[in-house]
Design a protein around this ligand. Structure first.
Ligand SMILES: C[S@@+](CC[C@H](N)C(=O)[O-])C[C@H]1O[C@@H](n2cnc3c(N)ncnc32)[C@H](O)[C@@H]1O
Length: 349
């Protein structure tokens, strides 16, 4: 699984317990990111729909949520992975942009990423495409030289960046599911009602489009013009890829509108203590959206991405500060009294 800001790695078991205790058969993860929460729902036999704005998240969702592990042609999958693994490196856009103009990956790995991604171009319409692309994306993530954000790279090469790019077979999950790409504020009206909806939006200024611009480019393979030390996509400057959830002015009202519009019996909202919305505002918004009872569950956790190491520009000047090493992840659950009692009992046991 890729390193990802706000990834709910530590919360996944608790979110799975909540879904099982609520007895849900269908779930919606509207901000699915790495898809690790949606994957947990699917593993529990729940029909899950995963949505996100980001192109890389959509391909991860096609792989882990939409693909049924029982219907995959594994001979073909392994043959493609073997062919990609055997490719000679071929320096192209990726190496030039992210290994020479910037230092996110070592050139020997950049050249192999270029060759593998070019190999996938004729396979774009193949059902194996998202799986192979996920394998490449996860392989690249294991040899990057960042703290987990792509706004800057490390001053000295990260030890893992010296490793060889290694393509692995993604661990697919049996069963059906759905992947959607788009703005949650639009998709929310298009997906059918579900038993449980999970909402984990960006709660502050951190923009995923710029923080993960390399994954966006690797997936789109559109060789965009870039700017700045981090060689970000020029379209990151435009309005088109701004999320209303990254603006203090629009975040709360957009999120509250979503709460009103989502059609679910039980709602689970991830919320951390660095958010622009206060706890009281959140609780009253969930009540106002029509849920009979609201409960808060708290989970202290170690922060995952970008918190420990300082961030440097190519001259070795510190351009970012390490954040706090711990924060608290809160989960607000809105639903029927009986459902909340079952969830409380399950989390306490
Ligand atoms: C906190 S992360 C979700 C992390 C996810 N739960 C996980 O464990 O990997 C927030 C996600 O919201 C997505 N996002 C931002 N604005 C969005 C919007 N308007 N509609 C849908 N997704 C959006 C981002 O791309 C990002 O993946």
């Amino acid at each position: 699984m890729i390193k990802y800001l706000g990834s709910k790695r530590n919360l996944v078991p608790a979110l799975g317990t909540i879904a099982t205790a609520a007895g849900v058969r269908s779930a919606l993860d509207l901000f699915s990111g790495t898809t690790r929460v949606a994957q947990e729902f699917k593993r529990r036999g729940i029909f899950t729909t995963a949505c996100d704005l980001a192109s890389y998240s959509y391909q991860l969702a096609r792989t882990y949520i939409e693909t049924d592990a029982d219907t995959v042609d594994y001979d073909a999958l392994r043959a493609h992975l073997a062919a990609m693994s055997a490719l000679e490196g071929k320096e192209g856009y990726f190496t030039e942009t992210f290994c020479r103009q910037a230092r996110f990956f070592q050139p020997h790995n950049g050249a192999r990423i270029d060759a593998c991604r070019d190999y996938l171009v004729p396979l774009t319409d193949d059902p194996l495409f998202p799986i192979l692309l996920t394998s490449l994306l996860e392989a690249a993530d294991r040899v990057d030289s960042t703290t987990g954000l792509q706004m800057a790279y490390l001053k000295k090469w990260a030890p893992r960046s010296y490793n060889q790019l290694e393509l692995r077979e993604p661990e697919l999950i049996s069963g059906k599911g759905q992947a959607l790409q788009g703005d949650a504020l639009k998709l929310v009206d298009q997906v059918p009602p579900v038993d449980l909806a999970y909402l984990d939006p960006p709660y502050n200024q951190h923009r995923y489009f710029t923080n993960y611009h390399i994954w966006e480019t690797l997936v789109r393979w559109d060789a965009p013009e870039t700017y700045g030390v981090a060689r970000k996509r020029v379209d990151a400057r435009g309005e088109e890829h701004r999320s209303v959830f990254n603006s203090k002015r629009t975040m709360a009202s957009s999120f509250f509108s979503l709460l009103h519009r989502v059609r679910a019996n039980t709602i689970v909202v991830s919320y951390n203590d660095e958010a622009w919305i206060s706890e009281d505002e959140m609780i009253s918004a969930i009540y106002q959206a029509g849920f009979a009872r609201v409960k808060k569950f708290s989970f202290p956790q170690r922060r995952y991405v970008g918190s420990k190491i300082g961030i440097y520009d190519p001259q070795g000047k510190k351009v970012g500060q390490p954040g706090a090493a711990h924060n608290t992840e809160n989960v607000f659950v809105g639903g029927e009294e009986a459902t909340l009692s079952q969830i409380s009992a399950a989390l306490a046991s």
